[in-house]
Write a protein that binds this ligand. Sequence first.
Ligand code: AP5
Length: 210
Amino acid sequence: MNLIFLGAPGAGKGTQAERICKHLGIVSISTGNIIREALRNGTELGKKAKSYMDAGKLVPDEIVIDIIRERLKQDDCKNGFILDGFPRTVPQAEALDKMGVVIDKVIEIYVSDEKIMERMSGRRVCEICGASYHVEFKPPKNGVTCDYDGGKLVRRKDDEPETVKERLRVYHEQTEPLKDYYEKQGKLYIVEGQDKISDTTRYTIEVLES
Ligand code: AP5
């Protein structure tokens, strides 16, 4: 199954992608994670993307389209994938269609802006692998360090309240039009993202099995 997870910054796309991938045995592809890894490794891509990301803006379409084109060529995508955070603009969605990629369902995880602002203040990520936690809703097992590699948990630079506001503005302006785009293709499903993490997973599985 090839899926797209849409949703505002912090709606829970990454959290749900991880859970649904385990359930379906498919891979999750997050353009945000790929760019952050490039930043940590100091690559050319990381250097190009840094100023956009830090300011809460979208990285230019041609850069992320190239990332996805290359990533989807890899063997582990053959059994299916979840695109988490791509596409984010109509030109990105059109590019995906032009690549001949068939998408089965597009899931929008809905969370209000007020709730997003609250949530983001509690997010922490592992500085080594980027795994995401929440101080209240998804704490690490030992309460302090990453479950996978013991890495230190830090706040993402773009999770500062002013940057989150800008990311929300950009989301409403540039990404929300995608709902129309996929609605017209008969592929859009909306799931409630404001309940418990496990509830949103259940709603998503119900949609996938419908
Ligand atoms: P990206 O990393 O994709 O950021 P985002 O879309 O803003 O999404 P987030 O990762 O912030 O949130 P999420 O929805 O995955 O939520 P999470 O599961 O972590 O992109 C970052 C930047 O990269 C962009 O701003 C842009 O610059 C660039 N970029 C990336 N893709 C691009 C593209 N295609 N085009 C152009 N630029 C691109 O959950 C958030 C928190 O809430 C966590 O702490 C989690 O534990 C908690 N949580 C989750 N669900 C629940 C729940 N149900 N109840 C309570 N807490 C919950």
